[in-house]
Ligand binder design. Structure first.
Ligand code: AMP
Ligand code: GLY
Length: 424
């Protein structure tokens, strides 16, 4: 079977690594892929948003299955474009990917179907949003409606900051059209957990839990990033919390999407906040998380192709998802200065240390090959993942492995998974 994976980040490298383990797969292509993916797949230089060329490529190569990694193409209807040509493709259609593409949509969905989430109001003009803030409690959270590279969320400590935030999002259009509408939401405190789930439109089956570290600096300081590291499972996501979420969140959400005529087929990512008033949804994404995929997929025992086919064919109820009884930690190696500004093009050394080392992975995110040398080519450069029998040993292994890699301006957080020291 021939598989095409669309995307070029650490998530897609993790997906390609899982697909490559399937005995059923004879050839993998990636569009556009990256220097690490190129070790397992043939990379073709087609943009993730160029649907006509992607579809033409899939036809030309007689691809049996295409997997769409990133949010932008999903929200823009990549899956619909493949399906229109009768091609087999995995991911939510445009009308279901809206659960990530529009925060006002997902908040209204949760309200309508009684899915626990923070209290909120939606706004489509700045005057009304500013008037609302006059009587609001602080801190408060502002969220641009549309996709904003994970950066469209502002936590405002006081009225002044919130006014500036409304201006930034709705008037100055810092995030472009993503800021045409705004959600103003209650600030929640607690422990964040990400739960990814396979969905076939009717059945939803969750994978093992993970926790991301979104801030750039140690101690959760600094700016929000795409994610600086992850660990899995989360010891805070107990069986009791899982039982609650299965009934009150996951099953309700898949049923709500069906009831709205928006069957969700693909991977649903639920960002949860475990608060002392119960567990609530922070956000939904319509895809694997990144870097969550880099700790969850290495622990998955199933053949990923079997699971994906069951999703597409509407028989996910026949599949039992199985994960190793271990733990994994991923530390992102970034270019110093990320997420603001950073230099690129520095040679990366030590990648060969990961070859044939079981339980160790180096997933490429922002790399490229020039003149036979792999160099840095982005803010997040690599994700170094290691497994271990528990979180403490996985963390020790992952940090040890970060030392095998050197490049100029290498930057990482030193406290990925440190929260596990406080575990209950
Ligand atoms: P989101 O893109 O909605 O996940 O938001 C990005 C990050 O902002 C989340 O991972 C949280 O750390 C934080 N955040 C979002 N909404 C809230 C909220 N209502 N209360 C507190 N923190 C939030
Ligand atoms: N790690 C968060 C995300 O993938 O959106």
């Amino acid at each position: 079977m021939k598989v095409l994976v669309i995307g070029s980040g650490g998530r897609e490298h993790a997906i390609v690594t899982s697909v490559a383990k399937s005995k059923r797969v004879s050839k993998i292509y990636a569009a556009p892929g990256n220097a690490g993916i190129a070790g397992l797949a043939e990379c073709v230089d087609i943009s993730v948003m160029d649907f006509p060329r992607l579809v033409a490529f899939a036809k030309e190569k007689a691809i049996d299955l295409t997997i769409v990694g990133p949010d932008d193409p999903l929200v823009a209807g990549c899956v619909d474009a493949f399906e229109q040509e009768g091609l087999q493709v995995f991911g939510p259609r445009r009308n279901a990917a809206i659960i990530e593409g529009s925060k006002t949509f997902s908040k209204d969905l949760m309200k309508k179907y009684g899915i626990p989430t923070a209290a909120y109001e939606n706004f489509d003009n700045a005057e009304a949003a500013l008037a609302y803030l006059e009587t609001a409690d602080f801190p408060i959270v502002l969220k641009a409606d549309g996709l904003a590279l994970g950066k469209g969320v502002l936590i405002c400590q006081n009225l002044e900051e919130a006014r500036a935030g409304v201006k930034e999002i709705m008037l100055d259009k810092h995030f472009g059209d993503a800021g045409n509408k705004l959600v103003i939401e209650e600030f929640m405190t607690g422990r964040e957990v990400s739960v990814l789930a396979f969905c076939d439109g009717t059945t939803i089956k969750t994978m093992t839990s993970a926790q991301d570290h979104k801030r750039a600096k140690d101690g959760d300081q600094g700016l929000n990033t795409g994610g600086m590291g992850t660990f899995s499972p989360s010891p805070f996501y107990t069986q009791e919390i899982d039982a609650f979420c299965q009934e009150e969140i996951y099953k309700k959400t898949i049923a709500a999407m069906k009831a709205e005529g928006r069957d969700f087929i693909g991977v649903l990512f639920t960002g949860l906040m475990i608060t002392d008033k119960g567990t609530k949804v922070l956000e939904f994404n319509a895809r694997f998380g990144d870097p969550e995929a880099q700790v969850v997929l290495p622990r998955m025992k199933n053949d990923m192709i079997d699971v994906i086919e069951a999703c597409i064919e509407g028989r996910l109820d026949e599949i039992e998802l199985e994960f190793e009884n271990n733990a994994a930690v991923c530390v992102v190696l970034a270019s110093d200065g990320y997420p603001v500004s950073y230099e690129k093009g520095y040679p990366i050394r030590g990648l060969e240390m990961f070859e044939d080392k079981e339980g160790y992975y180096v997933f490429h995110a922002g790399t490229k090959e020039t003149d036979g040398q792999i160099v840095t080519n982005g803010g997040r450069v690599l994700g170094v993942t290691a497994t271990g029998e528990d979180l403490v040993s996985a963390r020790a292994n992952a940090y040890e492995a970060t030392g095998w890699i050197t490049f100029e301006n290498k930057y990482m957080r030193h406290d990925i998974g440190k929260a596990i020291d406080e575990q209950p």
